[in-house]
Design a protein around this ligand. Sequence first.
Ligand code: NCD
Length: 359
Amino acid sequence: MKHLIDPTDLTKEEIDQIVALAEDIIAHRERYQGSMAHKKLATLFYEPSTRTRLSFTAAMMELGGNVLGFSNPQNSSVSKGETVQDTVRVVGCFADIIAMRHPIEGAPLVASEVSRVPIINAGDGSHSHPTQTLTDLLTIKRELGHIDGITIGFCGDLRFGRTVHSLIKALSRYKDIKVVLIAPDELRLPDYIKQDVCDKMGVAYRETNSLDDAIPELDVLYMTRVQKERFLDEDEFDRVKDSFVLDARRMALAKEKMAVLHPLPRVNEILTEVDDDPRAAYFRQVENGKLVRMALIISLMEWKNDPAHGMPEHDAPILNPALHCTNPKCICNNEKHESRFRLAENGITRCWYCDSKVR
Ligand code: NCD
């Protein structure tokens, strides 16, 4: 069965197929309206969300299906101490497909290990957000007409921004992608993305802390919010919170065809004076999120019993009692799960669930 926990759970062909299906839905809305009749999507949201949860709900409703779930785990058995695995075992008796958002990294992965229905990761901590990636890819395709060959600048919180991590992973499969990482030192992209994704896949990247210098060469500018809720140290947050702001002056330095994306919510990193600029694509991106989730739900339901669309094969995990993941936000430090590791690039050992370096 196909789950979507990490963008690389989909092959490039499957991603292209989902994006193409979303484009077909846009062209022929009415054809898809009853396609999920009598099917149920459960949205299990252990963390705040507006767009992601409502776009999943709106997507399933437009397909003629139904939606159940919770947006506040305090109102569910989670507050009694139920594990993620037990919760999905239960919800799998009521729903045909589950979208889960969780502040703990690796939670949707352990859920998928016991689930009898497809699990979609709707964001796990600072780790991954693959459905935002599908949204972003559809948006780039619609704004620019192509994904191959683009120069994309990621600006803001590249350390905790899960949407950035997932989009770089997916883009690494496209041709001639150039990445410019625009962030203060404290918010740089984690090493595992640089080494295991960019270096391994041959994605050209450079780091800078000047948006002014980078903006003229970009086809896409991907702005992000500084992720206040992920900081363990409030002083550190205060130092970096206003790092980069996109305004009309900076837009004047950019290409005429550049597209500005932002997963939203924004705080102050894009001034409202940019909203009316035709290159500001972030509200169109929201609508694409619903359309691509319609395409994803249809695809995962179709692929449920199709062996041609299974999960990718990985090397067996390393089980070594001498190793420990030290990430306090990893599932293995929050619920009882066997510690597992994988050997990554440069001989580094990483946690199976959250990708933190352990050795
Ligand atoms: C993002 C998220 O939740 O990671 N939002 C979203 O899903 N559209 C980005 C964010 O919270 O900053």
